[in-house]
Ligand binder design. Structure first.
Ligand code: ADP
Ligand code: MG
Ligand code: MG
Length: 932
């Protein structure tokens, strides 16, 4: 049997459907669904899809089509001709088609489309007669010639024109010249004679520049276009888009050949783009734009300002234009009805393309619409409330990166109120951003390399700009609406973006922009508010935007309903702890004792710590430790109290001591004085602490073993703090964590101290017992290897994946900057192993640690406290190996809640992990941490 390469759709039937997106591409699969599904049967112009398999074969065979294709295309074309009662290439009643690309994942504007294919000198009169408009036929013809020359004859042929010499630009300037000579304002003013002139000029220029005639033959046009779509899969901009979005090269694109619906036959026709909900903020309102007497690209290209489809879609830029709801009442009703049917059917917001031909509506595309983070969250929450989707689906609808957008800063509203609004446009991408103005994508890329923050300012963007758009903090354009290229791309990335600032003049060659008489140049700082669509001169301060975001908290509650793994936070300061609790942290997974010696209010404890470090004898040291003790205890007590009965993991002093040695003379002097030693003696002791490789030196439990009194002081502080809280009737769950353990004997050594101090504390406070856990970090490879042994002495494990990665690879965390970029660029490593767990290597150690540990203690509590605890991919891994919790920085807590919920949904076979519930003291986070 011959392989099926071609799938027909149209006339309320279809050979494909929405589930066949891998084979038919997203566009083809949805055209089939819209045309053929019994709940839809929408007016879709008939056509057929050539599969992505053909694309892959085409490349495999050195850019040759499989031989069976021709017959299958001809047969499908016959069916289309039957449905349309027209014939491809027929001079009397010609069928025209579009040839459209369509990959599995949407790649807006990245690949090529050709409209009006099949129009020639011979078929043109027939088309004119059928529509009673010669002007229309010539307009369609000139569009075909321009598109074909650009897409097929130049790009697909691999010709790389010099800057400013591309054929499309040359033909456009001929068009501008003719318009100018005749004092026309818009393409709509072109008369038949002008179009004829244009066509002749176009053809001559094409011959001249490309050395070939425009093929005035339907079949040649069709196959040329099909091939061009395949070639566009490997066009420069498509490749760079794929790289950014992580789309595999092997997917290939399908080709859709579809009978034309004409939006350019006159004032009863038009074309538009709409979203079933607002993709900018998530409002459940129909949102879109259209243009009368226009074809395809016109709306997106931003050459004419599109009109709003309804009142809701109006903005200051287009409110003078007629809305679709009034321009054609019948069509608007019909499309509104389609809007709700599509949402019910797909159960998601849809991005649609439509064309009206002489008052008749045609649907040309639908797909799940790209949306920014705030919109994604709102839609997910709303759709659950509307009972359109389940909470599980809602959780899967928001990508961690989209949630991240909501956690990003916004402009401080107090400062913003005082600032002067330089310009206004449409709010196309949320949040605030500041940067230095650049006018080309190339500059944005280069400036980024030298560490600068830029805002890319363009008249309008096009697919060639994507890399620069990526490199900039935000994008600002003078033209285009909410469906323009810039808005579409920014929305996909959740990047701050303002489009259609029409009062702004952009002069790329002079590197300036002018608004209302004010001129700004390259390198000047501006600040954008992409939520409002405004921009300001200079750098405005940014603040946290999460405070009153009800949708965010509603959404996170949905996540909690499906999540089984706990989320803790790494917090060392009261502010961190407070923020993390607000974001839903269920405990502290890592409290670093040493942090009380850095930053605010640290002078006193730091001084005492230094005294301790510089002590020579145990006696001296104990004096210093006694002075330090009250600081450590009150710090820990405040934090545990604030955590309201949730567990708090306190890691004993970890960094090498020399890190704390003072470097300035003043500090050295007072330290020497307080110790009653000379400056020379102090220097000698400091030199004694020097290590060649401190990362692998005298640190972690090694400190506690050489100076047991240091461990003792900390443990006493923790346990006394806990005992006092218990006495006050409060619930606490302290977890004492020993760092940098590689052998169980190290742990046992420390455990003996803990056991002894615990007994002493019980006695002192007259308590029979109180709860605490004793455990260790697994961060030295040997600890993972001997986890079974270690589990005999530990009640919990916490994977310190920063050090574990460092020691597994032998990469110094502090020096990796010197070579990592080369490793990533040369694909020696797929990603930075300090950002995302190296599952193949470090991951094995983690799995081994979990398995061996639990083989001794089946209920051993296991978590992670490295940076990886906030990385969505790593969180999935942690879930799969069976961790009880992940711990991450406060701002990552919401993302961890989402990622952990998604991990649970994606791995339904996994049983629920044992959880650590708060042991009492319910209610909200009212008590504040004691400030240091
Ligand atoms: P893209 O993937 O870049 O959106 P499309 O294949 O959707 O490319 O086509 C580009 C433009 O041409 C769109 O506006 C689309 O609606 C329009 N178009 C495509 N096919 C037809 C057709 N058969 N009739 C009318 N307009 C069409
Ligand atoms: Mg499209
Ligand atoms: Mg460590």
């Amino acid at each position: 049997m011959v392989k099926k390469y071609v799938y027909f759709f149209g006339n309320a039937t279809a050979e494909g459907n929405a589930s066949m997106r891998d084979l038919l591409g997203g566009k083809g699969a949805n055209l089939a669904e819209m045309a053929g599904h019994k709940d839809l049967r929408l007016p879709v112009p008939p056509g057929f899809t050539i599969t992505t398999e053909v694309c892959n074969l085409y490349y495999k065979n050195g850019k040759k089509m499989p031989v069976e294709l021709k017959a299958q295309v001809e047969a499908a074309m016959k069916k289309v001709e039957g449905a349309m009662a027209k014939k491809f290439g027929d001079p009397k009643n010609p069928l025209l088609v579009s040839v459209r690309s369509g990959a599995r994942a949407s790649m807006p504007g990245m690949m090529e489309t050709i409209l009006n294919c099949g129009l020639t000198e011979k078929t043109l009169p027939g088309l004119a007669e059928k529509f009673g408009s010669e002007r229309f036929a010539y307009d369609a013809y000139r569009r075909l010639i321009a598109m074909y020359a650009d897409v097929v004859m130049e790009k697909a042929a691999g010709i790389e024109p010099k800057e400013g010499k591309a054929i499309r630009g040359q033909l456009d300037s001929i068009l501008e010249k003719v318009k100018h000579e005749n004092h026309y304002e818009s393409d709509k003013d072109l008369k038949i004679k002008d179009l004829k002139t244009l066509i002749a000029l176009y053809k001559a220029r094409i011959k001249d520049v490309l050395g070939k005639e425009f093929p005035d033959d339907p079949s040649q046009q069709l196959w040329g276009a099909v091939m061009a779509v395949f070639n566009s899969w490997n066009g420069k901009k498509a490749i760079s888009y794929r790289r950014i979005e992580g789309i595999p090269d092997a997917w290939g694109t399908a080709v859709n050949v579809q009978s034309m619906a004409f939006g350019n036959t006159g004032d009863k026709s038009g074309t538009g783009v709409a979203f079933t909900r607002n993709p900018g903020n998530g409002d459940n309102a129909f949102y879109g734009e259209y243009l009368v007497n226009a074809q395809g690209e016109d709306v997106v290209a931003g050459t004419r300002t599109p009109s709003p489809i309804n009142k809701y879609s109006q903005s200051s830029h287009n409110k003078h234009l007629p809305i679709l709801a009034e321009w054609d009442v019948k069509v608007y009703k019909q499309i509104e009805d389609i809007r709700s049917r599509l949402e019910k059917h797909y159960r998601d917001m849809q991005d649609i393309e439509f064309t009206v031909e002489e008052g008749k509506l045609f649907m040309l595309q639908c797909r799940s619409g790209k949306r920014n983070g705030p919109a994604a969250v709102k839609m997910a929450v709303d759709m659950v409330k509307e009972k359109l989707i389940t909470k599980e689906e809602a959780v899967m609808r928001v990508k961690p990166s989209q949630l991240d957008e909501l956690l990003h800063p916004i402009i401080d509203p107090v400062e913003e109120k005082k600032a002067y609004i330089v310009g206004k446009g449409l709010p196309a991408g949320p949040g605030g951003a500041s940067g230095q103005i650049v006018f080309t994508a190339q500059a944005a890329v280069e400036w980024k390399k030298s560490g600068k923050k830029t805002i890319l300012v363009r008249e309008e963007t096009n697919p060639e700009d994507v890399e620069g758009m990526r490199a900039s903090e935000a994008i600002l354009t003078a033209r285009g609406g909410m469906t323009s290229h810039a808005a579409l791309v920014a929305r996909g990335w959740g990047k701050c973006c303002v489009v259609g600032c029409s009062e702004m003049d952009v002069n790329v060659s002079a590197k300036t922009l002018t608004v209302k008489g004010k001129m700004l140049k390259e390198g000047d700082w501006i600040t954008l508010n992409g939520t409002k669509g405004t921009f300001y001169e200079g750098r405005l301060p940014m603040i946290d935007g999460t405070e009153d975001n009800k949708d965010l908290y509603d959404f996170l509650n949905l996540c909690d309903a499906v999540r089984t793994m706990k989320i803790r936070t790494n917090a060392d300061t009261p502010e961190d702890a407070r923020k993390a609790r607000k974001f839903g942290a269920e405990g502290i997974g890592l409290f670093r004792t040493e942090h009380m010696f850095y930053g605010k209010n640290s002078e006193e404890p730091l001084f005492k710590l230094r005294k301790m470090i510089m002590s020579k004898s145990e006696e001296e040291r104990r004096v210093a430790l006694n002075e330090l003790f009250p600081h450590v205890k009150s710090d820990i007590k405040g934090t545990m109290e604030a955590m309201d009965g949730y567990p708090v993991t306190i890691r004993l002093l970890d960094p090498p001591l020399h890190e704390f040695v003072p470097h300035n003379e003043e500090a050295q002097k007072s330290l020497a004085q307080s110790l009653g030693i000379s400056a020379e003696e102090l220097q000698k002791r400091a030199d004694g602490l020097h290590e060649n490789n401190p990362m692998m030196g005298h640190r972690g439990c090694r400190l506690g073993i050489t100076y047991p009194e240091v461990t003792e002081m900390q443990v006493r502080a923790i346990l006394e703090a806990a005992a006092e809280l218990v006495k006050e009737g409060k619930k606490v769950q302290p977890e004492i964590m020993i760092p940098v353990v590689g052998a169980v004997a190290e742990l046992d050594h420390q455990k003996a101290i803990v056991d002894r101090v615990y007994a002493e504390v019980c006695k002192k406070y007259n308590l029979k017992k109180f709860d605490y856990l004793f455990g260790t970090m697994i961060e030295v490879p040997r600890a993972a290897l001997t986890a079974g042994k270690i589990a005999e002495s530990a009640e919990f494990f916490s994977f310190g994946t920063n050090d574990l990665t460092q020691m597994t690879f032998g990469f110094s965390r502090d020096d990796i900057g010197g070579f990592l970029p080369y490793y990533l660029e040369g694909e020696i490593l797929p990603e930075d192993p300090f950002q995302s767990i190296d599952e193949n290597g470090v991951g094995q150690l983690i799995e081994m640690g979990v398995t061996r540990g639990r083989s001794i203690k089946p209920k051993l509590k296991i978590g992670i406290c490295g940076e990886h605890g906030g990385d969505p991919k790593s969180i999935h891994f942690c879930y799969k190996v069976g961790m009880d919790y992940v711990s991450c920085s406060p701002y990552r807590v919401p993302i961890a809640r989402l990622a952990s919920a998604q991990a649970a949904l994606k791995n339904p076979e996994k049983t629920t992990a044992k959880s650590s519930k708060p042991v009492g003291a319910k209610g909200s986070f009212k008590k504040t941490l004691k400030s240091r």
